[in-house]
Design a protein around this ligand. Structure first.
Ligand code: NAP
Length: 261
């Protein structure tokens, strides 16, 4: 089903890159930034996902283009940036949303290969994409970056240990980059979602009547899983002028999961 949305003006004139934006939280963020007036470059690994998403969002009167980008591949990151410059003439906003989690189980069972994949995709590629994008933000005179972490970055999951540590590292990367980038008028912040209903997390929410899922639900103050759209307004706020004095911060959007004081 498609709907026609009226564009807002909060992000008018801004150009945004959102990685992993053909499904789930990334798609909801891309859509919301577009609804708030930004031009958005959609990207993910699969051509058919990119093409389908661009077509769908254009039907909703959003100003979007798309390109393939596996964030772990340096050539793809370069072409994501070059395609955005070519299509929209600059870059103001980067939302680094892509993540991998190839393993579930006790942390000591993690192979070196799985560990490397998790840290390559979740952390290293986020940092390298920033390095690629920052000079273009500097050329525009300002910019805003948001990393997508997770509540498990604060409260590590026993069955997703390396993934949790990579998400903690993103919270650290946000803090570590903010002073240098502030000198370039670029803010860098982080979103830490709770349990959000996407493909990535479906084993946790698809059959909420089993004991396993019920335990997760019970740990949420609001006693429900979140929708991707419930993450997107926070990102739109963080990249807008309403957040002009916020940098180096992480905002939890969890429905009240106890992750930190
Ligand atoms: P999702 O619904 O499974 O969406 C995955 C998206 O990522 C798809 O567009 C997929 O498209 C793309 N993708 C996968 N690997 C990629 C890669 N290497 N490079 C580029 N794109 C890639 O996932 P999600 O739940 O929205 O997760 C988004 C972010 O939120 C992740 O950082 C995740 O860690 C975080 N998060 C999720 C939850 C949750 O409960 N869902 C909670 C906390 C944090 P292609 O297949 O075409 O590549």
């Amino acid at each position: 089903m498609t709907s026609t949305v009226a564009k807002g003006t909060k992000l008018a004139g801004k150009v945004a890159i959102v990685t992993a934006s053909t499904d789930g939280i990334g798609l909801a963020i891309a859509k919301r930034l577009g609804q708030d007036g930004a031009k958005v470059m959609i990207s993910s690994r699969k051509k058919e996902h990119v093409e389908g998403t661009v077509e769908n969002l254009r039907k909703q009167n959003l100003d979007v283009a798309g390109t393939i980008c596996h964030v772990g591949k340096s050539k793809d990151r370069e072409s994501l940036v070059q395609e955005t410059l070519k299509t929209f003439g600059g870059i103001d906003i980067l939302v680094s949303n892509a993540a991998a989690n190839p393993v579930f189980g006790p942390i000591l069972d993690t192979s070196e290969e799985a560990w490397d994949k998790i840290f390559d995709v979740n952390i290293k590629s986020a940092f390298l994409l920033c390095k690629e994008v920052v000079p273009h933000m500097e050329a525009r005179g300002s910019g805003a970056i948001v990393f997508v972490s997770s509540f498990v970055g604060y409260a590590p999951s026993e069955l997703m240990g390396p993934y949790s540590v990579s998400k903690t590292a993103l919270i650290g990367l946000t803090k570590a980059m903010s002073p240098q980038l502030a000198g370039m008028n670029i803010r860098v912040n982080c979103l830490a979602p709770g349990l959000i209903k996407t493909k990535f997390s479906e084993m946790l929410w698809k059959n909420p009547n089993t004991g396993f899922q019920q335990d997760f639900l019970n740990s949420i103050a609001m006693k429900r899983f979140g929708e991707p759209e419930e993450c997107s307004g926070t990102v739109s706020f963080l990249v807008s002028d309403d957040a002009s004095y916020i940098t180096g911060e992480t905002i939890l959007v969890t429905g009240g999961i106890p992750a930190r004081l």
